[in-house]
Design a protein around this ligand. Structure first.
Ligand code: 5CA
Ligand code: ZN
Length: 428
Protein backbone atom coordinates (compact mmCIF):
# COMPACT_ATOMS: atom_id res chain seq x y z
CA UNK A 1 0.00 0.00 0.00
CA UNK A 2 1.09 3.59 -0.62
CA UNK A 3 3.15 4.91 2.27
CA UNK A 4 3.77 8.62 2.79
CA UNK A 5 6.42 11.20 1.86
CA UNK A 6 9.98 10.69 3.01
CA UNK A 7 11.26 13.63 5.09
CA UNK A 8 14.73 14.86 4.21
CA UNK A 9 17.02 13.60 6.99
CA UNK A 10 20.45 15.21 6.72
CA UNK A 11 23.72 13.39 7.46
CA UNK A 12 25.50 14.54 10.60
CA UNK A 13 29.31 14.54 10.45
CA UNK A 14 30.74 11.44 12.20
CA UNK A 15 28.67 8.55 13.56
CA UNK A 16 26.45 8.22 16.61
CA UNK A 17 26.35 5.25 19.01
CA UNK A 18 24.04 2.30 18.33
CA UNK A 19 20.98 3.07 20.47
CA UNK A 20 20.20 1.15 23.67
CA UNK A 21 16.51 0.41 24.06
CA UNK A 22 14.33 -0.84 26.92
CA UNK A 23 13.00 -4.35 26.36
CA UNK A 24 9.64 -5.13 27.98
CA UNK A 25 10.33 -8.89 27.98
CA UNK A 26 13.51 -8.71 30.07
CA UNK A 27 13.14 -5.28 31.68
CA UNK A 28 16.68 -4.50 30.49
CA UNK A 29 18.25 -1.87 28.28
CA UNK A 30 19.57 -3.72 25.26
CA UNK A 31 21.65 -2.75 22.27
CA UNK A 32 19.22 -2.35 19.41
CA UNK A 33 21.24 -4.14 16.73
CA UNK A 34 24.90 -4.93 16.82
CA UNK A 35 25.09 -6.30 13.29
CA UNK A 36 24.87 -3.06 11.28
CA UNK A 37 21.28 -3.74 10.23
CA UNK A 38 18.05 -3.48 12.13
CA UNK A 39 14.47 -4.38 11.45
CA UNK A 40 11.45 -2.73 13.01
CA UNK A 41 7.78 -3.60 13.10
CA UNK A 42 5.49 -0.95 14.58
CA UNK A 43 1.80 -1.68 15.01
CA UNK A 44 -0.15 0.77 12.86
CA UNK A 45 -3.47 2.46 13.43
CA UNK A 46 -6.94 1.04 13.27
CA UNK A 47 -8.11 3.71 10.86
CA UNK A 48 -10.77 5.74 12.60
CA UNK A 49 -10.34 8.82 14.82
CA UNK A 50 -6.83 9.27 13.43
CA UNK A 51 -4.37 10.78 14.20
CA UNK A 52 -4.61 11.72 17.86
CA UNK A 53 -1.73 12.97 19.94
CA UNK A 54 -1.28 9.55 21.59
CA UNK A 55 -0.83 7.91 18.18
CA UNK A 56 1.55 10.69 17.16
CA UNK A 57 3.63 10.23 20.34
CA UNK A 58 4.03 6.50 19.70
CA UNK A 59 5.01 6.89 16.03
CA UNK A 60 7.37 9.73 16.91
CA UNK A 61 9.08 7.56 19.55
CA UNK A 62 9.94 4.92 16.96
CA UNK A 63 10.77 7.57 14.36
CA UNK A 64 13.41 8.70 16.84
CA UNK A 65 14.72 5.12 17.00
CA UNK A 66 14.95 5.01 13.20
CA UNK A 67 16.80 8.34 13.18
CA UNK A 68 19.22 7.09 15.85
CA UNK A 69 19.89 3.94 13.83
CA UNK A 70 20.53 5.93 10.65
CA UNK A 71 22.88 8.25 12.55
CA UNK A 72 24.75 5.18 13.83
CA UNK A 73 25.19 3.95 10.25
CA UNK A 74 22.77 1.06 10.82
CA UNK A 75 20.65 -0.02 7.85
CA UNK A 76 16.96 -0.05 8.72
CA UNK A 77 14.06 -2.02 7.33
CA UNK A 78 10.75 -0.87 8.74
CA UNK A 79 7.28 -2.41 8.41
CA UNK A 80 3.97 -1.05 9.66
CA UNK A 81 0.42 -2.34 9.23
CA UNK A 82 -2.97 -0.72 9.18
CA UNK A 83 -5.79 -2.69 10.79
CA UNK A 84 -8.33 -1.85 8.11
CA UNK A 85 -10.75 -4.62 9.06
CA UNK A 86 -11.52 -5.23 12.73
CA UNK A 87 -14.47 -5.13 15.13
CA UNK A 88 -14.03 -1.55 16.40
CA UNK A 89 -13.68 -0.18 12.85
CA UNK A 90 -16.76 -2.11 11.68
CA UNK A 91 -18.73 -0.92 14.73
CA UNK A 92 -17.79 2.72 14.05
CA UNK A 93 -18.71 2.38 10.38
CA UNK A 94 -22.10 0.91 11.29
CA UNK A 95 -22.74 3.55 13.97
CA UNK A 96 -21.99 6.40 11.57
CA UNK A 97 -23.60 4.87 8.48
CA UNK A 98 -20.35 4.95 6.50
CA UNK A 99 -19.03 2.03 4.46
CA UNK A 100 -16.17 0.49 6.50
CA UNK A 101 -13.83 0.55 3.48
CA UNK A 102 -14.44 4.26 2.93
CA UNK A 103 -13.93 5.00 6.62
CA UNK A 104 -10.63 3.10 6.60
CA UNK A 105 -9.42 4.69 3.35
CA UNK A 106 -10.21 8.25 4.39
CA UNK A 107 -8.71 7.86 7.86
CA UNK A 108 -5.57 6.20 6.48
CA UNK A 109 -5.20 9.19 4.13
CA UNK A 110 -5.54 11.56 7.06
CA UNK A 111 -2.92 9.56 8.97
CA UNK A 112 -0.54 9.76 6.00
CA UNK A 113 -0.89 13.53 5.77
CA UNK A 114 -0.41 13.91 9.55
CA UNK A 115 2.72 11.73 9.48
CA UNK A 116 4.05 13.80 6.57
CA UNK A 117 3.35 17.06 8.41
CA UNK A 118 5.16 15.75 11.49
CA UNK A 119 8.19 14.68 9.43
CA UNK A 120 7.92 11.04 10.48
CA UNK A 121 9.90 8.68 8.28
CA UNK A 122 7.56 6.28 6.47
CA UNK A 123 7.90 2.51 6.76
CA UNK A 124 9.49 0.68 3.82
CA UNK A 125 6.41 -1.55 3.72
CA UNK A 126 3.07 -0.06 4.73
CA UNK A 127 0.64 -2.98 4.67
CA UNK A 128 -3.14 -3.00 4.90
CA UNK A 129 -4.58 -6.16 6.38
CA UNK A 130 -7.20 -6.37 3.60
CA UNK A 131 -4.35 -6.57 1.05
CA UNK A 132 -2.81 -9.65 2.68
CA UNK A 133 -5.75 -11.83 3.66
CA UNK A 134 -4.36 -14.82 1.74
CA UNK A 135 -0.96 -14.47 3.44
CA UNK A 136 -2.69 -14.47 6.81
CA UNK A 137 -5.07 -17.36 6.10
CA UNK A 138 -2.15 -19.43 4.76
CA UNK A 139 -0.31 -18.77 8.02
CA UNK A 140 -3.37 -19.89 9.98
CA UNK A 141 -3.33 -23.07 7.92
CA UNK A 142 0.33 -23.53 8.90
CA UNK A 143 -0.65 -23.21 12.57
CA UNK A 144 -3.35 -25.85 12.04
CA UNK A 145 -0.72 -28.16 10.50
CA UNK A 146 1.60 -27.50 13.47
CA UNK A 147 -1.18 -28.44 15.87
CA UNK A 148 -1.25 -24.97 17.42
CA UNK A 149 -4.66 -23.97 16.06
CA UNK A 150 -7.99 -25.59 16.91
CA UNK A 151 -11.68 -25.18 16.17
CA UNK A 152 -14.19 -23.78 18.63
CA UNK A 153 -17.84 -24.69 18.00
CA UNK A 154 -19.55 -21.76 16.28
CA UNK A 155 -23.31 -21.85 15.78
CA UNK A 156 -23.85 -18.54 13.96
CA UNK A 157 -21.39 -18.79 11.05
CA UNK A 158 -22.99 -18.61 7.62
CA UNK A 159 -21.09 -21.54 6.06
CA UNK A 160 -21.28 -23.84 9.06
CA UNK A 161 -17.54 -23.37 9.69
CA UNK A 162 -16.03 -22.99 13.14
CA UNK A 163 -13.79 -20.21 14.40
CA UNK A 164 -10.11 -21.09 14.81
CA UNK A 165 -8.17 -20.33 18.00
CA UNK A 166 -4.50 -20.43 18.97
CA UNK A 167 -3.45 -23.20 21.34
CA UNK A 168 -1.14 -21.34 23.74
CA UNK A 169 -0.14 -24.42 25.74
CA UNK A 170 0.74 -26.49 22.65
CA UNK A 171 2.72 -23.57 21.18
CA UNK A 172 4.74 -23.35 24.39
CA UNK A 173 5.50 -27.10 24.26
CA UNK A 174 6.63 -26.98 20.64
CA UNK A 175 8.40 -23.65 20.14
CA UNK A 176 10.53 -20.90 21.71
CA UNK A 177 7.57 -18.87 23.01
CA UNK A 178 5.48 -19.34 26.15
CA UNK A 179 2.62 -17.33 27.57
CA UNK A 180 4.17 -14.41 29.47
CA UNK A 181 7.46 -14.41 27.58
CA UNK A 182 6.87 -10.92 26.24
CA UNK A 183 4.56 -9.39 28.86
CA UNK A 184 5.83 -11.10 32.03
CA UNK A 185 2.31 -10.77 33.50
CA UNK A 186 0.56 -13.12 35.92
CA UNK A 187 -2.53 -15.01 34.79
CA UNK A 188 -5.07 -12.90 36.68
CA UNK A 189 -3.75 -9.73 35.07
CA UNK A 190 -3.76 -11.43 31.67
CA UNK A 191 -7.37 -12.49 32.15
CA UNK A 192 -8.43 -8.97 33.13
CA UNK A 193 -6.58 -7.39 30.18
CA UNK A 194 -7.91 -9.99 27.78
CA UNK A 195 -11.47 -9.04 28.80
CA UNK A 196 -10.74 -5.30 28.39
CA UNK A 197 -8.82 -5.49 25.14
CA UNK A 198 -10.81 -7.52 22.68
CA UNK A 199 -10.24 -11.05 24.03
CA UNK A 200 -13.05 -13.46 24.94
CA UNK A 201 -11.89 -15.45 27.98
CA UNK A 202 -15.49 -16.43 28.74
CA UNK A 203 -16.16 -18.14 25.42
CA UNK A 204 -17.03 -21.82 25.94
CA UNK A 205 -15.03 -24.48 24.12
CA UNK A 206 -11.59 -22.89 24.37
CA UNK A 207 -8.71 -24.99 25.70
CA UNK A 208 -7.41 -22.00 27.69
CA UNK A 209 -9.61 -18.94 28.33
CA UNK A 210 -6.67 -16.79 27.18
CA UNK A 211 -6.30 -18.48 23.79
CA UNK A 212 -6.93 -15.81 21.14
CA UNK A 213 -8.93 -15.92 17.92
CA UNK A 214 -6.93 -16.66 14.76
CA UNK A 215 -9.66 -16.82 12.14
CA UNK A 216 -13.31 -15.78 12.43
CA UNK A 217 -15.68 -17.78 10.25
CA UNK A 218 -18.01 -15.66 8.08
CA UNK A 219 -21.05 -14.14 9.82
CA UNK A 220 -24.10 -12.44 8.33
CA UNK A 221 -23.36 -8.79 7.51
CA UNK A 222 -19.61 -9.02 8.20
CA UNK A 223 -16.83 -8.82 5.63
CA UNK A 224 -15.35 -12.23 4.78
CA UNK A 225 -12.85 -13.66 2.29
CA UNK A 226 -12.55 -17.12 0.74
CA UNK A 227 -9.48 -18.97 2.02
CA UNK A 228 -7.93 -22.38 2.63
CA UNK A 229 -9.22 -22.22 6.20
CA UNK A 230 -12.74 -21.39 5.08
CA UNK A 231 -14.53 -18.12 4.39
CA UNK A 232 -13.89 -15.57 7.11
CA UNK A 233 -11.54 -12.87 8.35
CA UNK A 234 -8.37 -12.74 10.45
CA UNK A 235 -8.13 -12.32 14.20
CA UNK A 236 -6.16 -9.32 15.38
CA UNK A 237 -2.77 -10.61 16.57
CA UNK A 238 -2.08 -12.92 13.62
CA UNK A 239 -2.19 -9.98 11.17
CA UNK A 240 0.85 -8.35 12.77
CA UNK A 241 2.77 -11.63 13.14
CA UNK A 242 2.32 -12.48 9.48
CA UNK A 243 2.91 -9.01 8.04
CA UNK A 244 6.15 -8.84 10.04
CA UNK A 245 7.61 -12.32 9.46
CA UNK A 246 6.80 -12.34 5.74
CA UNK A 247 8.80 -9.15 5.19
CA UNK A 248 11.57 -9.21 7.80
CA UNK A 249 14.08 -11.91 8.77
CA UNK A 250 13.29 -13.65 12.07
CA UNK A 251 13.87 -12.66 14.76
CA UNK A 252 13.14 -9.02 13.98
CA UNK A 253 15.21 -6.50 15.93
CA UNK A 254 12.38 -4.52 17.50
CA UNK A 255 8.64 -5.10 17.80
CA UNK A 256 7.02 -1.84 18.88
CA UNK A 257 3.81 -0.04 19.77
CA UNK A 258 2.10 1.64 22.70
CA UNK A 259 2.06 0.00 26.15
CA UNK A 260 -1.65 -0.80 25.72
CA UNK A 261 -0.49 -3.46 23.25
CA UNK A 262 1.81 -5.34 25.67
CA UNK A 263 -1.01 -7.78 26.44
CA UNK A 264 -2.69 -9.48 24.71
CA UNK A 265 -1.62 -8.11 21.32
CA UNK A 266 2.16 -8.31 21.42
CA UNK A 267 2.21 -11.42 23.59
CA UNK A 268 0.20 -13.36 21.03
CA UNK A 269 1.77 -11.72 17.97
CA UNK A 270 5.03 -13.15 19.33
CA UNK A 271 3.40 -16.50 20.07
CA UNK A 272 1.87 -16.88 16.62
CA UNK A 273 5.06 -15.81 14.85
CA UNK A 274 7.21 -18.21 16.87
CA UNK A 275 4.84 -21.06 16.23
CA UNK A 276 5.06 -20.41 12.47
CA UNK A 277 8.83 -19.82 12.15
CA UNK A 278 10.24 -21.81 15.08
CA UNK A 279 12.24 -18.65 15.96
CA UNK A 280 11.77 -16.03 18.65
CA UNK A 281 9.71 -13.17 17.19
CA UNK A 282 11.87 -10.20 18.25
CA UNK A 283 15.11 -9.34 20.03
CA UNK A 284 13.47 -6.39 21.79
CA UNK A 285 9.82 -5.59 22.59
CA UNK A 286 9.58 -1.80 22.92
CA UNK A 287 6.59 0.12 24.26
CA UNK A 288 5.67 3.77 24.39
CA UNK A 289 3.77 5.17 27.38
CA UNK A 290 0.18 6.35 27.14
CA UNK A 291 -0.75 9.97 26.57
CA UNK A 292 -3.73 11.06 28.65
CA UNK A 293 -6.11 13.98 28.16
CA UNK A 294 -8.69 15.34 30.59
CA UNK A 295 -7.56 12.84 33.21
CA UNK A 296 -7.80 9.62 31.17
CA UNK A 297 -5.89 7.77 28.47
CA UNK A 298 -6.55 9.54 25.17
CA UNK A 299 -8.64 6.98 23.37
CA UNK A 300 -11.08 6.59 20.58
CA UNK A 301 -13.50 4.71 22.82
CA UNK A 302 -13.64 7.56 25.37
CA UNK A 303 -13.58 10.28 22.71
CA UNK A 304 -11.14 12.52 24.67
CA UNK A 305 -9.06 13.28 21.62
CA UNK A 306 -6.75 16.02 20.43
CA UNK A 307 -6.13 15.43 16.73
CA UNK A 308 -2.94 16.42 14.95
CA UNK A 309 -5.02 17.68 12.02
CA UNK A 310 -7.08 19.95 14.32
CA UNK A 311 -3.91 21.55 15.63
CA UNK A 312 -2.32 22.05 12.22
CA UNK A 313 -5.63 23.43 10.85
CA UNK A 314 -5.47 26.00 13.65
CA UNK A 315 -2.06 27.03 12.33
CA UNK A 316 0.06 25.22 14.93
CA UNK A 317 3.54 24.59 13.54
CA UNK A 318 4.08 20.79 13.33
CA UNK A 319 7.56 21.36 14.78
CA UNK A 320 5.88 22.64 17.96
CA UNK A 321 3.83 19.43 18.15
CA UNK A 322 7.03 17.42 17.71
CA UNK A 323 8.78 19.40 20.44
CA UNK A 324 5.78 19.02 22.76
CA UNK A 325 5.94 15.23 22.36
CA UNK A 326 9.74 14.99 22.50
CA UNK A 327 9.69 16.79 25.85
CA UNK A 328 8.35 13.57 27.44
CA UNK A 329 10.38 10.40 27.63
CA UNK A 330 8.69 7.91 25.34
CA UNK A 331 8.22 5.33 28.09
CA UNK A 332 6.44 7.60 30.56
CA UNK A 333 2.69 8.10 30.73
CA UNK A 334 1.86 11.80 30.64
CA UNK A 335 -1.04 14.16 30.11
CA UNK A 336 -1.53 16.57 27.24
CA UNK A 337 -2.66 20.05 28.34
CA UNK A 338 -2.92 23.41 26.61
CA UNK A 339 0.33 24.40 28.38
CA UNK A 340 2.20 21.56 26.67
CA UNK A 341 1.85 23.34 23.35
CA UNK A 342 2.48 26.83 24.75
CA UNK A 343 5.88 25.85 26.13
CA UNK A 344 6.79 23.88 22.99
CA UNK A 345 5.94 26.90 20.82
CA UNK A 346 8.07 29.16 23.02
CA UNK A 347 10.95 26.65 22.79
CA UNK A 348 10.68 26.54 19.00
CA UNK A 349 10.89 30.35 18.90
CA UNK A 350 14.00 30.33 21.12
CA UNK A 351 15.66 27.64 19.00
CA UNK A 352 14.92 29.27 15.64
CA UNK A 353 16.13 32.65 16.94
CA UNK A 354 19.33 30.97 18.18
CA UNK A 355 19.94 29.30 14.82
CA UNK A 356 19.19 32.51 12.91
CA UNK A 357 21.40 34.67 15.11
CA UNK A 358 24.56 32.66 14.51
CA UNK A 359 27.02 33.69 11.83
CA UNK A 360 30.59 32.72 10.95
CA UNK A 361 32.38 29.79 9.37
CA UNK A 362 31.67 27.18 12.06
CA UNK A 363 28.15 28.41 12.48
CA UNK A 364 25.00 28.13 10.48
CA UNK A 365 25.44 28.93 6.83
CA UNK A 366 22.04 29.10 5.20
CA UNK A 367 23.58 28.51 1.78
CA UNK A 368 25.39 25.34 2.85
CA UNK A 369 24.07 21.95 1.75
CA UNK A 370 22.20 19.86 4.30
CA UNK A 371 25.16 17.55 4.87
CA UNK A 372 27.58 20.41 5.58
CA UNK A 373 29.70 20.54 8.69
CA UNK A 374 33.20 19.62 9.72
CA UNK A 375 34.32 16.40 11.38
CA UNK A 376 35.68 18.41 14.33
CA UNK A 377 34.14 17.34 17.66
CA UNK A 378 31.08 19.34 18.52
CA UNK A 379 29.93 19.10 22.15
CA UNK A 380 26.27 19.79 21.31
CA UNK A 381 26.24 17.08 18.62
CA UNK A 382 27.97 14.59 20.92
CA UNK A 383 25.57 15.29 23.78
CA UNK A 384 22.53 15.02 21.50
CA UNK A 385 23.74 11.69 20.17
CA UNK A 386 24.43 10.36 23.66
CA UNK A 387 20.98 11.37 24.89
CA UNK A 388 19.04 9.91 21.97
CA UNK A 389 21.04 6.65 21.98
CA UNK A 390 20.29 6.25 25.71
CA UNK A 391 16.83 4.68 25.36
CA UNK A 392 15.66 7.61 23.21
CA UNK A 393 16.06 10.16 26.00
CA UNK A 394 14.62 13.07 24.04
CA UNK A 395 13.90 15.28 27.12
CA UNK A 396 17.66 15.13 27.80
CA UNK A 397 18.31 15.98 24.14
CA UNK A 398 16.04 19.04 24.33
CA UNK A 399 17.83 20.08 27.53
CA UNK A 400 21.18 19.90 25.67
CA UNK A 401 20.00 22.51 23.18
CA UNK A 402 18.35 24.64 25.88
CA UNK A 403 21.64 24.62 27.84
CA UNK A 404 23.66 25.59 24.75
CA UNK A 405 21.34 28.54 24.19
CA UNK A 406 21.40 29.54 27.89
CA UNK A 407 25.21 29.45 27.80
CA UNK A 408 25.21 31.62 24.67
CA UNK A 409 27.03 28.94 22.65
CA UNK A 410 26.70 29.75 18.95
CA UNK A 411 24.63 27.40 16.79
CA UNK A 412 27.19 25.43 14.77
CA UNK A 413 26.21 24.00 11.40
CA UNK A 414 26.78 20.50 12.79
CA UNK A 415 24.51 21.13 15.79
CA UNK A 416 21.72 22.51 13.61
CA UNK A 417 22.10 19.50 11.32
CA UNK A 418 22.01 17.09 14.27
CA UNK A 419 18.86 18.73 15.64
CA UNK A 420 17.27 18.20 12.23
CA UNK A 421 18.54 14.62 11.79
CA UNK A 422 17.93 13.26 15.28
CA UNK A 423 14.98 15.32 16.52
CA UNK A 424 13.37 16.15 13.18
CA UNK A 425 13.30 19.86 13.98
CA UNK A 426 14.50 21.98 11.05
CA UNK A 427 15.67 25.34 12.30
CA UNK A 428 16.60 26.90 8.98
N1 5CA B 1 -4.21 -1.35 14.89
C1 5CA B 1 -3.83 -1.65 16.24
C2 5CA B 1 -2.44 -2.19 16.33
S1 5CA B 1 -2.17 -3.55 15.27
C3 5CA B 1 -4.00 -0.44 17.15
O1 5CA B 1 -3.71 -0.57 18.33
N2 5CA B 1 -4.45 0.67 16.58
S2 5CA B 1 -4.74 2.03 17.37
O2 5CA B 1 -5.19 2.95 16.37
O3 5CA B 1 -5.61 1.79 18.46
O4 5CA B 1 -3.38 2.51 17.96
C4 5CA B 1 -2.30 2.81 17.11
C5 5CA B 1 -1.01 2.95 17.94
O5 5CA B 1 -1.13 4.06 18.83
C6 5CA B 1 -0.72 1.73 18.83
O6 5CA B 1 0.68 1.50 18.87
C7 5CA B 1 -1.21 2.17 20.19
O7 5CA B 1 -0.52 1.52 21.23
C8 5CA B 1 -0.89 3.65 20.16
N3 5CA B 1 -1.76 4.45 21.05
C9 5CA B 1 -3.12 4.43 21.10
N4 5CA B 1 -3.57 5.30 22.05
C10 5CA B 1 -2.46 5.89 22.59
C11 5CA B 1 -2.25 6.88 23.62
N5 5CA B 1 -3.26 7.45 24.27
N6 5CA B 1 -0.97 7.23 23.90
C12 5CA B 1 0.07 6.67 23.24
N7 5CA B 1 -0.06 5.74 22.25
C13 5CA B 1 -1.31 5.34 21.94
ZN1 ZN C 1 -0.39 -4.85 15.79
Amino acid sequence: MKSWSMPEIPLVPGTGPVPMLHDTATGELRSASSHGVASLYVCGITPYDATHIGHAATYLAFDTLVRAWLDAGVGVEYVQNTTDVDDPLLERATATGVDWRELAASQTDLFRSDMTALGIRPPDHYVAVTDVITEISNAVETLVSHGTAYEVATDDSVDGNNDLYFDSARAAETGPWHLGLESGLDRDTMLALSRQRGGDPGRPGKRDPLDPLLWRAARVGEPAWESRVGRGRPGWHIECSVIAINRLASPITVQAGGSDLIFPHHEFSAGHASSITGEPFADIYAHAGMVAYQGEKMSKSLGNLVLVSQLTARGVDPRSIRLALLDHHYRTDWEWTADTLVSATARLERWTAWAAASTGSTEVDAAAPATAGSDAPDPVVDALRTAVADDLDTPAALAVVDAAIAAACPATAAAVTAIDALLGIRLR
